[in-house]
Structure formats: structure tokens, C-alpha cells
Design a protein around this ligand. Sequence first.
Ligand code: FAD
Length: 463
Amino acid sequence: MTRSVGLNELRAAMSGAVVDSTSPDYDDVRRVWNADHDRRPAVIARCASPDDVVAALSYAREHGLEIAVRGGAHSFPGMSTVDDGLVIDLSPLNQVRVDPAARRAVVGGGALLADLNAATQEHGLAVPTGIVSHTGVGGLTLGGGMGWLTRLGGLTSDNLVSAQVVTADGRVLRVTEEANPELFWALRGGGGNFGVVTEFEFRLHEVGPLIQFGLLFWGPEQGADVLRLAQRLNESLPRSLYVMPGGVHAPPEDFVPEQYRLQPGFVLMIAGYGGEQEHADLVARVREELPPLFAFVTPMPYVALQQLFDEASAWGQYNYEKSLYLEEITEDAISVITEMMPGKRSPLSLMLLYRLDEAYSEVGETATAFGGGRGTRYAMFILGVCPTPELLVADRAWAREFFAAMRPLSMGGATYINALAVDDDQDRMRASYGDAKLERLARIKGRYDPGNIFHHNVNIKPL
Ligand code: FAD
């Protein structure tokens, strides 16, 4: 059968659209978030149901096509697209149903955080997720999912209650603690290795709709003091508050006094979910201990907090990321960070430290497949975010150099698997999961995808 005859059959079998290089929207549809990955798939199957996924898998098998699965297309290393292969694009599966009484949300496998936030916040509820609302729920959840609410409610994957999965052999499975429990364990941290998740069901937490936010900014010469203060604050912070330190350029926004726009420096971003006074007291303490150059403090909808970085991390830029876990912000770490930050070239490139403790640490080390111990730590992200490929060359080198200097201070090579770089080695994946978890994952992979057809991911080889 020639591919085009087959494509017509696939088109007839699917309720969603099938796009190939002859389609007028091909160039639009094949784009992924990171412009550094300009790939040309043979077929993009825009799946609108589990049956569409089954049909697309069967077509790929018949035609010997490589498969990439795409949720929100936000993989930094471009894992959700593939040259000459078939992309299972889940973006039509973006519906969210909320049951406020049961505190549950059922979310399509291709939904974005924005879809989830909008639907749950109508009821003052939320799933802890990431901090950019155009990220996909799919990839984020399967690798873990961390952000503003991690201390309050754990990882996104810790809040997963059930999933619907299309397996490599075309079965549609319901997966819970009771039904297919090994697969359920693997989905919570093992990435996209085990099948195509067409639906996620999450537990919900009471958050917002209005939360408190503060962004306080200091110049580069005060970086060490800012980082020391962040460490001190985080040592005794209630889970209703979140303090995220970062190295950034001040954005060219109205809330930034003109003389500081696009100036490099350090920030503390302070979110509060427990009421105005608690947040105001913390901000006052910070102002007193270390007066900032400027501060932007305001109540805002939780949905707006989730959109705060949307524009700075817009589609179409050139991006590169390195990450690691830090047990605490030590003096040695502070020396490296303050020395390395001035080396970035793009004003949008940045460094962020996500604090992980409280609810995150209450989940057992082996309760889920998540790659990273549950002890108190920071996930450190060094992000090259560049408007042009030329700047990316410079800031990729910066991120690598920064990472190399931090690595001896990090927790044994382990990292957040959703932030593994394209040039990171298998050793880092092993260090992140640990031998026992990786072996268990490999056995589950062997059971559900023995031929490793789902390998455009942080790949676990089947045992
Ligand atoms: P995709 O590129 O679509 O997919 C990534 C991987 O997951 C691929 O291997 C894909 O095959 C697989 N996959 C996706 N959906 C499914 C599915 N339904 N079934 C099976 N496999 C699937 N992470 C955080 O934890 N916190 C953050 O705050 C955060 N912020 C980010 C901000 C930006 C701008 C970006 C680009 C990333 C951020 N991340 C964050 C990292 C993010 O979690 C990962 O990039 C994640 O993989 C993105 O998921 P996606 O569905 O958008 O990506």
C-alpha cells in the first residue's frame, strides 16, 4: 500500500484531522514550542479520541513510521516531533470537566495548563502544576510537574487519581491504584514511555481565586544577600507561602521603574495563598532585612499568577535548559551563581530555584516513579531563552558552563527528568531514578511497550 492510499484510510478512520506536507496548514501544525527543533514529520495525526490514537498507532506500525507523541509541545529537547515519522498530536483532546463536590478534574491528554486552570478556578480549586500556562498537562504530569503549589499540594503527578491510556498494542486501558497498578505507578514520573495518555483525572485543592504576589528586585551586587535570604526564609516557611529566588533581567513592564527595565539582577518572587496579612508580613520582613531596588506587590487571580511568565517564554524562541537538584543554597552555590549570572547574553535567559518540601516531601520515595528523592531540596533551572539562533549559541554555552560549575555542588547528578537536556547522558537518568526504580520501570516498559515504539521521550529501555 502506498503511503497516500493509507493516508486516505487513516483520514477516514479518524475523527480528528490528518495533516501531511501537502496540507495548507502543515507548517503551522508541525511547529513545536522550541524553535530550535524544526522537524518535518511525514504525518501529523490530530487525535480527538482514544480511537483516533489507536488508528494512528496502527497506521504507523503498518508503514514502519517512527512515532512521537505530542501533548503541549513544550519539550525543551523537542521530543514531541520527529522527522519523517508520525506525530500523535493530542491537542484536540483539551477538554476539562470539573466535579467541585468530589474535588476532581478530568482532563484531556492534550490540554494545556491554561485549560486546566481556567476550568478549576471557576470553583476556587486548582491542581498544582508548572508556572507557564501554555505548557501541556501531558508531558508535565508524566514527568512530575512542579511550580507555585508544590509545597502546598505536591507534584502534579502526586495528584493523579486515574488515567486512560492507549498502549503500544492498541488497547485502551483504565489505570488506577487498583486497575493496572504497576502502570499507574509508572505513569507518575516515568514520562511518556508506557503509552499515550488520553485522559488524566486529578485531585483538586482549594486555591484562590485571588492570591497574593510580590516580586522584589535587587542589583547583581546584592545577589549573594538575596540568595542567603531566600535560603533563610525557606527554612521555616509555612506551606501557604512560596518563595522563589531567581537571576533575571527586569522585564520592560509598566510595574518596573524605567531605570531598572532590562537591567540584570536577582529577584525573590513571593506567592501567598493563606491570606493578605501573612503575605504582607513576609514581604515587610524581606523589605526590612534587604531593601529592594523596587517591589511589585499585589493581590492577583491565581490564573494571572500562572500566566506571569507566558509572554517571556512565548512560542517561537530558541531555548536550551540544564537543571540539577541542590540540597540547599550554600555559600559555595552562591559564589558560582553570582559569578555565572552575568555571563548570559539574552535578557530573557534566566536561572530559577524551585523549593521542594512540605507536601512534596510527604509522598514516599517509592510511592510513585518520580525521578528525584523526596527530601527537601531545590530544583535549579538554568534556561537559555533567546530570540535568535545566534544568541542561543552563546547562551547554550553559558548554560553548559554554569551547569558544569554547579554540578559538583548538586545531588549526585540527579535531576528532574522533565528537564533532562538533549545532551545529558543515560547516567543522569539513572542517577535521577536510582537503580531500583529504573529497573522496575524497565520491567513495566517491557510489559507494556516491549518493542519500545514510544522512545521519543526520556527513554527507558524495556527489560
Ligand atoms: P510535549 O513536548 O508535548 O511532550 C513532552 C514529552 O511527554 C514527550 O516525550 C511526549 O511524547 C510526552 N507526552 C506528552 N503528552 C503525553 C501524553 N498525553 N501521553 C503520553 N506521552 C505524552 N515543568 C515543571 O514541572 N514546572 C514548570 O514550571 C515548568 N515550566 C515550563 C515552562 C516552559 C516554557 C517549558 C517549555 C517547559 C516547562 N516545564 C515545566 C517542563 C515541562 O514539564 C516539560 O517540558 C513537559 O514535557 C512539557 O509537556 P508538554 O505536554 O507540553 O510537552
